[in-house]
Design a protein around this ligand. Structure first.
Ligand code: UDP
Length: 330
């Protein structure tokens, strides 16, 4: 039986596909290549260029392959953009999930591993945040992920689909051999944007808000290496195969870094100063997000390998400096 990876040509999806293949799994990918890249996946892997909202296309895949489990990475992911374009997020993310679950249940596919997000928590009441803390998203992106989680839960209760929902904190870094990494047309994520300055692609990094109630006034996040996220998916697969009940888990390192600390760490990695400017807060940004991942460590037996933020940034830097134009250079 095979694994269908929706969004397998994207950033976290492609790292997970690689890990699954290394573990000896048969993988099929569905990706509309809106932000994913054909070059991010091994050419031996079957790629269906289709949209998650196209039920007929999904059902064709389920008819042509015996799919044991679906990994669902295919979604829009920019919190800041989602504040201005909420319907873009509800259409692709929420409606996309609706269609995927319809196709799965109509075709008898009963396991799903879902890419959720720390954004479901909004501004947490306490730090580190654990899975039972309140979920009150501060932006439509987080809301879409929370609705998607709820949809899976109701479908699970009614139709027996088992799921693992993985709430990623801030995904960062690239494969250690620098062959795959993040490549968005207009990147918005902090580490990628910061590294664009020493790459000569941007004049400066703007720090969004310096008046937050944190020690240096900038937002705090928990940056988790993309390979560690990929590992967690393999753990989740083994968990479901072992009969594990439907469940959801935080994935982070448990360490928080402010925006300023990340830029300082990036300066150390690249060995020079990075020009910065101070700007207004970005709408929808929670102040602080740091994970408690005890549950994933205990139940999924997941152990993140990268616990040093400079090492995480160094893998991103290696990828970007070797491929300044992303996959176009491959
Ligand atoms: N950020 C920033 N300047 C940028 C991009 C991001 O100051 O050019 C900040 C952003 O406001 C947030 C943190 O960096 O506090 C992480 O943002 P990112 O978009 O990387 O991830 P998010 O936490 O929104 O998923």
């Amino acid at each position: 039986m095979a694994i269908l990876v929706c969004g397998g040509a994207g950033y976290i999806g492609s790292h997970t596909v690689r890990q699954l293949i290394a573990a000896g799994e048969e993988v099929i990918i569905a990706d509309n290549l809106s932000t994913g890249h054909r070059a991010a996946i091994n050419s031996a892997v079957k790629l269906y260029e289709c949209d998650i909202r196209d039920k007929a296309a999904l059902k064709k895949i389920f008819a042509e392959h015996e799919i044991e489990v679906v990994f669902h990475f295919a979604a829009h992911i920019e919190a800041g953009e989602s504040v201005h374009l909420p319907l873009k997020y509800f259409n692709n993310n929420v409606y996309g999930m609706q269609v995927l679950l319809e196709a799965m249940t109509e075709c008898g596919v009963d396991k799903i591993i879902f890419s959720s997000s720390a954004a479901v928590y909004g501004d947490p009441e306490r730090i580190p945040v654990d899975e039972l803390d309140k979920t009150e998203p501060t932006n439509p992106y987080g809301e879409s992920k929370l609705i998607m989680e709820k949809m899976i839960r109701w479908v699970s209760a009614a139709q027996g689909v088992r799921y693992v929902s993985l709430r990623y904190f801030n995904a960062a870094g690239a494969s250690e051999d620098a062959s795959i990494g993040q490549d968005y047309h207009n990147p918005t994520h902090l580490i990628t944007v910061t590294l664009q300055v020493p790459l000569g692609k941007r004049d400066h990094i703007t720090i969004f808000g310096t008046d937050y109630p944190t020690p240096d006034g900038t937002c705090i996040r928990d940056y988790i290496h993309v390979v560690d996220l990929a590992d967690a998916h393999v753990c989740a697969l083994n968990y479901l195969r072992g009969g594990g009940e439907s469940n959801f888990f935080n994935l982070g390192t448990g360490h928080g870094f402010s925006v300023k600390e990340i830029i300082d760490a990036a300066e150390k990695v690249v060995g020079r100063e990075i020009k910065k400017e101070f700007g207004a807060r970005r709408l929808g940004d929670p102040v602080q997000l740091i994970a408690s991942s005890e549950k994933a460590r205990k139940v999924l037996k997941w152990t993140p390998r990268f616990d040093d933020v400079e090492r995480i940034i160094a893998t991103a830097w290696q990828w970007h400096s070797l491929h300044p134009n992303g996959y176009e250079d491959k």
